[in-house]
Design a protein around this ligand. Structure first.
Ligand code: AMP
Length: 393
C-alpha cells in the first residue's frame, strides 16, 4: 500500500497527440511509475504504464488532453502508489518554447500561462499541447504548484553572433527571428553527467559537444556548462537530417519549390516535417530498419546513414572551432545510445581532432567508447528528460 507520508513529483510531457508522464518520489527522486498515452483525439488511443519494469497496456478513448490527463491520474491511483492526489507536491511540464523570456524553470501563474500561449506563434506544433496539459492538471489539482521547464532555456547563453541570422536586423527586433535551439533539457542533463564523469577541476576550461540523436536530432556546443551554439534554429527543423525532417538546406529551395510545384504552405510544411529526412531519402525514419537494409547492401539505406554520419561529423568539427577546443563528445537518445555503426562512421572523420574510438566498447554501447589514449573522450550517456525536469522542480 502507498504511504500517506510519502510525497511525489509528477512530470508531464505533452505532444500533439501524446502524453508522457512520470511519477517520482520527492525525496529520493526514484521514478515509481511511467505512463504514455498515444493517439489522443484518435480512435486508436492507448495507455501504457510501466511499473517495476513491467508494461501494461489499455485501450481507451481520449477526446483531448484533459481526458488523457484524467486517465493518467487514474493510473496513479489504480497502481496503489497514491492514496490521494494530495501526495503530489509539484507538477512539472516540459514546454518546448520559452522564447527569450523564459531562461529558467518558472512557476506557472496566469501571467506565465498567457506568455506561453503567446509563444505558440513560434512553436505552433509544440506549445499548444503543453498548455492543454497545464490546464488539464489545473482542473484536477487547482492548488498544486505547476512549473514549466523550457526546452529552449539552456540555449539562452548562446551569444548574439551565433544566434542571429544574416537577415535584416529589424526582423529579429520585430518578430524575434533568431536561433532559439531545442532539446535543451536533454543537452543540459547529459552535459552535466559528462562534466561529472570527466571530473575536471573547476578552474579548468571544459568543452563538450552533446549529440542528441533521436526522432528529432540536434548537436550542442557546451562550454563550462553553458550552451554556446546548437544545430536547431528558429524551429526544430534546422540542423541535422532527422527521422522525417529535412534539417538545414539552402532557403532558396523553398521559394523554388513554391514556384515550380505551386505547393500550398501546408503541403510544403508536410514535406519538410513529415516526408523528408531519413524517411524521404530511404523510405523509413527508423535507423534500426535502415541499418538492417544497409547490411543487405540497400543503396538508399547506406546513403541515408552516410549522409547523417557526415553531418554529425561536420557539426562536431564546426563546434570544436566554436568552442576553441574539445574535451568530450557525448552521444545520447534513441539513435545516439544505440546505433554504434553511426557513431563509428561519424567518429571516423574526427581523427584529426584526436578522437580514437574503442571499437569493442563502441559496439557494446559502453559509457566510455574512446581509447584511453584518445585526446577527446567519447561517451554514450542515457538521457532522461523527465528526471532532468524533476530535478529542477
Ligand atoms: P528517441 O526520440 O530518443 O526516442 O529515438 C527514437 C529513434 O531512435 C527511433 O526512431 C530509432 O530510429 C532510434 N532507435 C531506437 N532504438 C534503436 C536501436 N536499438 N538501434 C538504433 N536506433 C534505435
Amino acid at each position: 500500500m502507498g504511504n500517506t507520508a510519502q510525497t511525489f513529483l509528477l512530470v508531464l510531457n505533452s505532444g500533439s497527440s501524446s502524453l508522457k508522464y512520470s511519477l517520482f518520489e520527492e525525496k529520493s527522486l526514484r521514478e515509481v511509475l511511467q505512463g504514455h498515452v498515444d493517439g489522443i483525439g484518435l480512435d486508436r488511443c492507448c495507455l501504457k504504464v510501466k511499473r517495476d519494469n513491467q508494461w501494461t497496456e489499455t485501450k481507451f478513448l481520449a477526446e483531448d488532453h484533459l481526458h488523457a490527463v484524467i486517465k493518467a491520474f487514474q493510473s496513479l491511483k489504480d497502481n496503489d502508489i497514491l492514496q490521494g492526489f494530495d501526495q503530489i507536491q509539484k507538477v512539472g511540464h516540459r514546454v518546448v518554447h520559452g522564447g527569450e523570456k523564459f531562461t529558467q524553470p518558472t512557476r506557472i501563474t496566469p501571467a506565465v500561462l498567457k506568455k506561453i500561449k503567446s509563444l505558440s506563434v513560434l512553436a505552433p506544433l509544440h506549445n499548444p499541447p503543453a498548455l492543454a496539459g497545464i490546464l488539464a492538471v489545473k482542473k484536477i489539482l487547482p492548488k498544486v504548484p505547476q512549473i514549466a521547464v523550457f526546452d529552449t532555456a539552456f540555449h539562452h547563453s548562446i551569444p548574439k553572433e551565433a544566434f542571429l541570422y544574416g537577415l535584416p536586423y529589424q526582423l529579429y527586433e520585430e518578430l524575434g527571428i533568431r536561433k532559439y535551439g531545442f532539446h535543451g533539457i536533454s543537452h543540459e542533463y547529459v552535459s552535466r553527467l559528462a562534466r561529472k564523469a570527466l571530473n575536471k577541476q573547476r578552474s579548468e576550461q571544459e568543452e563538450i559537444i552533446t549529440c542528441h540523436l533521436g526522432n528529432g536530432s540536434s548537436i550542442t556546443a557546451v562550454k563550462n556548462g553553458r550552451s554556446v551554439d546548437t544545430s536547431m534554429g528558429f524551429t526544430p527543423l534546422d540542423g541535422l537530417i532527422m527521422g522525417t525532417r529535412s534539417g538545414e538546406m539552402d532557403p532558396e529551395i523553398i521559394l523554388f519549390l513554391l514556384n515550380q510545384k505551386h505547393y500550398t504552405t501546408a503541403q510544403l510544411e508536410k514535406i519538410l516535417q513529415k516526408q523528408s529526412g531519413l524517411k524521404g531519402l530511404a523510405g523509413s525514419s527508423d535507423v534500426r530498419e535502415l541499418h538492417d537494409r544497409a547490411l543487405k547492401k540497400d543503396k538508399q539505406a547506406i546513403l541515408a546513414l552516410d549522409m547523417l554520419a557526415y553531418r554529425i561529423a561536420k557539426f562536431i568539427g564546426a563546434y570544436a572551432a566554436a568552442l576553441k577546443g574539445l574535451d568530450a563528445i557525448v552521444f545520447t537518445a534513441g539513435i545516439g545510445e544505440n546505433a554504434y555503426y553511426l557513431r563509428k562512421k561519424a567518429c571516423s572523420y574526427l581523427g584529426f581532432l584526436g578522437v580514437k574510438l574503442d571499437a569493442h566498447a563502441n559496439r557494446k554501447n559502453l559509457t566510455y567508447i574512446s581509447k584511453p589514449s584518445s585526446k577527446v573522450k567519447v561517451l554514450v550517456l542515457h538521457t532522461d528528460e523527465a528526471r532532468a525536469i524533476a530535478e529542477q522542480l
